[in-house]
Structure formats: C-alpha cells, structure tokens
Design a protein around this ligand. Sequence first.
Ligand SMILES: NC(=O)C1=CN([C@@H]2O[C@H](COP(=O)(O)OP(=O)(O)OC[C@H]3O[C@@H](n4cnc5c(N)ncnc54)[C@H](O)[C@@H]3O)[C@@H](O)[C@H]2O)C=CC1
Ligand SMILES: O=C(O)C(=O)COP(=O)(O)O
Length: 527
Amino acid sequence: MKILVTDPIADAGLERLRAAGHEVATDYEAEGAALREAIADAHGLIVRSGTEVTADLLAVAPELQIVGRAGIGVDNIDIEAATEHGVIVANAPEGNVRAAAEHTVAMAFATARSIPQAHARLTTGEWAKGEFLGAELRDKTLGVVGLGRVGQEVAKRLGSLGMELVAYDPYIGEERADQLGAELADLDETLDRADFLTIHTPLTPETEGLIGADELAQLEGGYVVNCARGGILDEAALAEAVDEGVLAGAALDVFAEEPLPDDSPLLDVEDVIVTPHLGASTAAAQENVATSTADQVLAAFDGEPVMNALNAPSMDAAAFPRVKPYIELAETAGRIAYQLFDGHVNAVEVEYAGDIADEEVDLVTASALKGVFRPIESQVNAVNAAGIAEDRGIEVRETKRSGAEDFTSLVTVTVHNDDESLSVCGTLFAGDDPRIVRIDGFRVDAIPGGRMIVSRNTDEPGVIGLIGSVMGEYDINIAGMYNARQTIGGEAMTVYNVDQQVPEEAREKLESDERVIETRYISLADE
Ligand SMILES: NC(=O)C1=CN([C@@H]2O[C@H](COP(=O)(O)OP(=O)(O)OC[C@H]3O[C@@H](n4cnc5c(N)ncnc54)[C@H](O)[C@@H]3O)[C@@H](O)[C@H]2O)C=CC1
Ligand SMILES: O=C(O)C(=O)COP(=O)(O)O
C-alpha cells in the first residue's frame, strides 16, 4: 500500500509504516496539481494542520482508505466528503495534549511578563528594565473556554499556581469541573470574571467568531491566550483592543490564515505576542502522534477497528477478535438477502441473537448494510454505509435478543419494503465457519460462497434431477447442495453451490417447468 505524508511527522511513525511493508512517500511541499497527482494512487494519507483535505482532493483519490491526522484538530479535513467517499478520518487525540497545555501556560507567562518583547529589546542592545511591569498569575482568575482535554490540563497547571478557575463549556459535566476546582459559568460571566482568558475549543461553525469585539471589551484590562484555533477569535478586533489598551496583552499560537500573512494587523501591535503554531511541537508529542497515527493507518489496511476514527464505527480492541468473523458473515447475509429480494428496499433490519447480542455490533451492522448496498453503490464500505442508507431514505434497525435456538449466535439480515420482507440468517460453526441456516423461513445449511442458485420448487420426485440435468446441459458443475422443505409435498427450497456463472437462459429453462416456482442466481464472487 502507498501512504502519502504531506506534513512533517516524526520518523518513528514513518518507520512503523515502512516496517509493516508499506511504501511511504513524503512530500511536504505538494500543493494543487502536484498534490492531486501524488494522492491519485495513495491508499493512506497522513497530515497535520498544514494540508487542506478538501472534497476536491478526495474526489481524485480513488484508492484512499484513510486520512490520518497526526494531531488533534481536524478542521482542515472535510470529514463529510471523506465519509461520502468511504474514507476513514482518524486523529491522535491524546499524544500532544500535554505539549499544547504546556505551551499555553508558557504563553500566559510570556504575555504577562512581556518576555518576547523584553528579549527583543535586549538583543538589540537596550536594557529596558524600567519599561516592563508585568502581572502575576497567582490570585488572578483564569477563564477557560472549552474544558476538554487541553483545557483541563491547562486548568490543572494554572490552578495549581494559585489561579481561580472559571470555565465556559456547555458540554462538560459539573462533576468534572468540580474535580478540577473550576466553576462552570456562561460565556458572559466567564468574560466578566476572567483576568486571563484561554481558548481551548475546536473550530466549528458554533465556535467560529465566538470571541469578537464585544467579548474582548468585556474582558477589559485582561489578557487573551489562544492556542486552539484561529478563527475562534476575531483577529482584527483583538489587534485593535490591545492596541487601544482595552486589553493588556494577547498571546497567539494559531491564526485564521496559516502561515500568518506578513500584513496581519496582529504583527503591528507590541503587546500581541505570536508563535507559529508550535503547541504540539515537542519531540515527545510528535513521536506520540506519529506512532499513534501510523497504528490507525495500519489498522485500517488490516480491516481492524480504527480506534480514533471520527466517521466510522469503532470498537474495543479486546472485543474485536470475537466480533470479527461476524463482520464478514453479516456482509454475506446482506448480499444474499438483497439478491434474493425482488423489489425496492426501504428498510434493513439486523437482528443479533445469542452471545453476539452482548457485543458492540456497530461494525457488524455497517457490514450488513455494505452487503445490501454493494450491488447499487460501488464504493460502499463500513464508513459510508449508514450515510448511504440515510441518503436513500432506507431505515436501518438493529435489534438484539438473548436466545439463539440451538446456536451460539445468530445474525439475521432482513430487507423490507412496504409489502414484503426477506430474511437471511447466518451463524458460525466452530467459531469461524460461516453458514446460512435460514432463508425466508426455510431451515437450510448452506455454505455461503462463490456462486449459488436458490430454487423454490414443489417437493416432489424428479425436481432435483431436473435441476441437475439443466445445470449439466449448460456445463455448470454443482459443488454442493442443500434441500429444505416446509412440509412433505409442500414447497421446498434448494440451495446449490455452483462453480460457473448461471446464464439467464438456464434459469428460464428451469422456471418453464411447472414444478419450479422461482430460481435466483446469487453471486458472492466479484464478477
Ligand atoms: N496549538 C496547537 O498546536 C494545538 C492545538 N490544539 C487545539 O486545541 C483545541 C482543544 O483540543 P482538545 O482539548 O484536545 O479538544 P477536546 O475535544 O478534548 O475539547 C474541546 C472542548 O471544547 C468544548 N466545546 C465545544 N464547542 C464549544 C463551544 N461552542 N463553547 C464552549 N466549549 C465548547 C467541548 O465540549 C470540549 O470539552 C482544539 O482546537 C485543537 O485543535 C490541540 C493540540 C495542539
Ligand atoms: O493537534 C492539533 O490540533 C494541533 O493544532 C497541532 O497542529 P500541528 O500538528 O502542529 O500542525
């Protein structure tokens, strides 16, 4: 497989991919046409914040299975478009949290004590001791906007230095805030009370422009630190507020446009200090995120759950071996159900019975949908199957029950429309040997695979012979068969495994015999 890496990541991550036998192509400058060309045959893409992964770029990456983000923020990745293309997006949400928190603390001190400004004066020969009178953090109030992973680490560190903590985060529980010694408040109160405001939300439509001129005015006399994302804070308003002395200072690591343009008003204001998006730039953080991202890419290639996938069902690594064989079984049952069903599907139901009902089955359900949609959507996979169902107005139901008759576990895929439905039920013999044990109410014992003919006929002598001789006439070898009937002399279902494709003509010939009610050719082969 080919993995394209378009932002610098630590060697440990690149090595992990190469050691697994993959081709790793690094191109940190690629843009426009060159980037589109480089991604055309890539199976994996690894980025940091420097690459915009747009819908247009994803459209020219037909082989792509995963975009790995070696870091936290994914605002540079069009996740919706990736989902539509069936591409997993996974980030590394843990590895650089400490680095980002430490940088935030460093920036808070740097602005409070004007360290960069004083350094600049001294290196140009000026001993400007009398011009810098800083602020202490102790006994001041820290307003934290976004009390997630980084925000909490910042709160712990600055809280331990004697700052009062007030936090605005509508999605965090009171209890967690209490444990950190932080008081939850709305944004207004947070701004009114804070001496230092630190921002730690992702950039989303909701947070874009969250801190504008009015909010900065509320923080009068205070300091702002932003090590989260540009765009959350209005840069022009900030430059003006600091320049006019409404705020004492600001420290920014991130910008609406990166690299920060030379003509940014932020660069003209003495008390706005800036770093070029260095929050995650420590050796330890880079090694963490690079190796974690490499692991996600390798898991995706191996068809294993991608732990930090943002747009695909994920699952506990310890449970995966138990669930894995059902993933394929469910896809097979979905494929058979769709091919046997005559007509439009408007609902798909996946029922789990027995031991499998105790497991996390999101991946199995996605796989059943993949099986159903495969003939109608060429690019369907576990990432986009649920979205495809939604786009097509197909209802998806997942049910569980404890008993599984004589089996350890059963997975039943039922396709429905308003008038009828058809179920295909599968199990695993000896833990991993897939069997179809019920089709549309008939108890069968069919080994799913390759090509199959499913015949419904009357249960009377000579029918099996008829099917055998018609198959012989068309040079079709029967590899196996299973016959089931509801009552003696009633309706029977026969499932044949065959080695060759079955032409329409052969089926017509069978169906012209009055004893044969209907035949269906099912292919699980890629033909
Ligand atoms: N400067 C740098 O190099 C780095 C920057 N980051 C950035 O730091 C930010 C925080 O990262 P994490 O803490 O890992 O994310 P997280 O997802 O753990 O936490 C974000 C928090 O923001 C809260 N939030 C979301 N919308 C909100 C809203 N409208 N108002 C208030 N709170 C809201 C969430 O509830 C959550 O608690 C992200 O933007 C990330 O990209 C992270 C690492 C390095
Ligand atoms: O992880 C994040 O969200 C960061 O902002 C770090 O960005 P970077 O990987 O240094 O481009």
